[in-house]
Structure formats: structure tokens, C-alpha cells
Write a new protein. Structure first.
Length: 128
């Protein structure tokens, strides 16, 4: 996170996009696919990234609805043009994966299919 202050110090015209789903979404998705408990992958508390950016001299913005996207990006780019870095935090859905994503895990990784995943884990020494 200290790069925020450095970027402000150096007047960098850059924007960070943070996609915050308050989860380690992919691992949680795999836990679900494997019928495991979804342990340690979901967080009730996460930093307010926009505020965090503000405290370090950057412009911090938060997007919670699609109609806020354009305004936030316009503001971020306007700040960038003046040499002020910006961070835009998008609050996004936890799992928004297409059906092909499940097929990929099943066919390539053997996840969610009894026996197959365990065999693969043994062969490769893990995953992720
Ligand atoms: C350097 C490294 N460490 C650990 C992992 C294992 N890993 C894969 S996805 C993931 C969690 C990613 O969480 P996030 O960035 O919030 O993305 P999301 O899955 O929610 O889209 C982890 C720890 C990895 N791929 N690379
Ligand atoms: Mg995440």
C-alpha cells in the first residue's frame, strides 16, 4: 500500500483499479465445487480502499453500481492529468463465473468429480 504515497509524492498520473469481492473468490469457488467448507475465504471486514488512498494523497473513489463507473473513471483520469494518482475500488459480486468456468475445472483439473481431484492433487502436489 505504500506505493500510493510514493505515487502521490512523485506526481504519477496513474489509476489503480481494485476489484473487491470481499473474498478469495476463486479458492472459495473451488472449495464449493469440491464440497468442502468455505473456510478462510470470505471476509466481512475489508479495508475501505478509497479512504486508504485518500489518506496517502491520492484520489480515492468507490463504485458500487454500474451507473457510477463512468463518473468515477472520468474523475480518476482528470486527477491523473493533473499529476495526481487515483484508486477506484469496485465493489463486485462474489462469484460471477460463466458455466464454462465450471467445465474448465471439471475437465482440466478434475474438480468436483469424485476421486479425480484427489488423484490429480497427488500427482501434482497441489493446485491454485
Ligand atoms: C503468488 C500466489 N500465491 C497464491 C496463489 C493462490 N491463489 C490463487 S487465487 C487466490 C486468491 C485470489 O483472491 P483475489 O485476488 O481476491 O481474487 P478472487 O479470487 O476473489 O477473484 C490465491 C491465494 C497464487 N495463484 N499466486
Ligand atoms: Mg477477491
Amino acid at each position: 500500500m505504500m506505493e500510493l504515497a510514493t505515487a502521490a509524492e512523485q506526481n504519477c498520473g496513474i489509476t489503480w483499479i481494485v476489484l473487491n469481492n470481499q473474498a478469495l473468490g476463486w479458492p472459495q469457488y473451488i472449495q464449493g465445487l469440491e464440497g468442502q467448507a468455505t473456510a478462510g475465504t470470505e471476509f466481512k471486514v475489508s479495508p475501505d480502499f478509497a479512504k486508504l488512498a485518500e489518506t496517502q494523497g491520492c484520489v480515492g473513489l468507490r463504485v458500487s453500481k454500474p451507473e457510477e463507473i463512468e463518473g468515477a473513471l472520468t474523475r480518476a483520469l482528470r486527477a491523473n492529468r493533473k499529476g495526481r494518482p487515483a484508486l477506484v475500488e469496485f465493489r463486485i459480486a462474489k462469484h460471477d463465473y460463466p458455466a464454462q468456468f465450471t467445465r474448465y475445472h471439471q475437465e482440466i483439473w478434475g474438480l468436483g468429480l469424485p476421486g479425480k481431484a484427489a488423484k490429480r492433487r497427488k500427482a501434482t502436489g497441489g493446485g491454485g
